[in-house]
Ligand binder design. Structure first.
Ligand code: PLP
Length: 375
């Protein structure tokens, strides 16, 4: 039985074109792009071309693209590299929340959809704020942030502050060229859009001063030292270009599949509560809370049936506490403990969706009958 993979927010299968793009750089084109020989120049040219293509898709200049080791590093670099007082939303990924909290920053509440509360953000914007970080798309519940509204607010209240967006979950769903003019820094991670794990991007608007998190050889114009991950960067670029090209069609296709999935669950299972209205979120996100069900037990049964899903974000799953995102949204604890996140992506088919409906419905019946699986 093939795996039914509905966990694209955790990571995506690599796009075949991205695998093909990286292979030569793992074998015959292995040179260090910082070297001075012809062989090194070949690798450097590959990075230069990748940077141009990434810049085009992200709507920034090539000099504004910094290749990093992952989305977490991009987020940390933005917040710690800018330094000073940071403000972020309570529903942010821990890659933003932790550096903000650890350096005495301010965390602003979310509303019931997981969107940052704009009135509370307004109140937090004092003149000493150096950086505001608000995610473009929430990784757990799929809520899309109104970045135009956030940008207007931040620019008008604290003209000197920088605005960063964690766009790690946005690449498949939003036209990034429209986000770029609204913010000063953006974070991305290749494995969320069909590229490999362990490579990311931070865009840094020209003129923004950033203290590097990692210093050494001075790569990436001193903003991120370390020998370039040439294969990863080339594969990230291939995946990003393909994602950008297919985005409009995929949104329509996957919104249809997502609606079929959520409607199918609602029709076959009692007590399904959709966490966020569909018009406030990305097409690939189906997040529901199942009344009276414990996510952990449900995930166990889904796993047994080869359905890959998740309860909260990948790093937090396994914990019995409701996720910090659902807590920030004010979802009742008993309901939040029954959270189920099914996320769709470029490999998702109608067969995946129909099988997931059957398996979830069957598992919920078993759990409600008291068939609690052994742990
Ligand atoms: N930010 C968001 C919104 C994410 O979903 C993730 C990954 O789950 C990250 C940051 C971290 O990215 P990476 O896994 O590349 O470190």
């Amino acid at each position: 039985m093939a795996i039914t993979y509905l966990d694209h927010a955790a990571t995506t299968p690599m796009r075949p074109a991205a695998v093909d793009a990286m292979l030569p750089f793992l074998s015959e084109r292995f040179a260090n792009p910082s070297g001075s020989h012809r062989f090194a120049r070949d690798a450097r040219r590959a990075i230069d071309e990748a940077r141009d293509q990434v810049a085009e898709v992200l709507g920034v200049g090539p000099g504004e693209v910094v290749f990093t080791g992952c989305g977490t590093e991009s987020d940390n670099t933005a917040i710690l590299g800018v330094g000073g007082l940071a403000v972020c939303g309570a529903a942010e990924h821990h890659a933003v929340l932790h550096p903000t909290e650890q350096h005495g920053g301010i965390v602003v509440d979310a509303d019931s959809t997981g969107h940052i509360d704009l009135d509370r953000l307004d109140a937090a914007l004092t003149p000493d704020v150096a950086i505001v970080s608000v995610m473009a798309v929430n990784n757990e519940v799929g809520t899309i942030t109104d970045l135009s509204a956030v940008s207007r607010l931040v620019r008008s209240r604290v003209p000197g502050a920088l605005l960063h967006t964690d766009a790690v979950q946005a690449a498949c769903w939003l036209d990034l060229r429209q986000i770029a003019p609204l913010v000063d820094l953006m974070s991305f991670s290749a494995h969320k859009f069909g590229g490999p794990k362990g490579v990311g991007v931070l865009t840094v608007r020209d003129g923004v001063r950033l203290a590097p998190l990692i210093s050494g050889g001075g790569q990436e114009r001193e903003r991120r030292s370390g020998t370039h991950n040439v294969a990863g960067i080339v594969a990230l670029t291939s995946a990003l270009v393909e994602t950008d090209r297919e985005r409009a069609g995929e949104i329509v296709r996957l919104a249809g599949l997502r609606d079929r999935l959520v409607d199918g669950l609602s029709n076959s299972v009692d007590g399904v509560v959709e966490t966020v209205p569909r018009d406030r979120k990305i097409a690939g996100s189906a997040h529901v809370c199942l009344d009276g069900i414990e996510s952990e037990s449900l995930l166990f049964l889904l796993d047994e049936a080869d359905v890959c899903a998740s309860a909260a974000s990948a790093c937090a799953s396994g914990a019995m506490e409701p996720s910090h995102v659902l807590a920030a949204m004010g979802v009742e604890r008993s309901l939040a403990l029954g959270a189920l996140r099914l996320t769709l992506g470029h490999t998702t088919t109608i067969a995946d969706v129909d099988r997931a409906i059957d398996v979830v419905a069957d598992s919920v019946v078993r759990l409600r009958r008291g068939a609690v699986p052994p742990r």
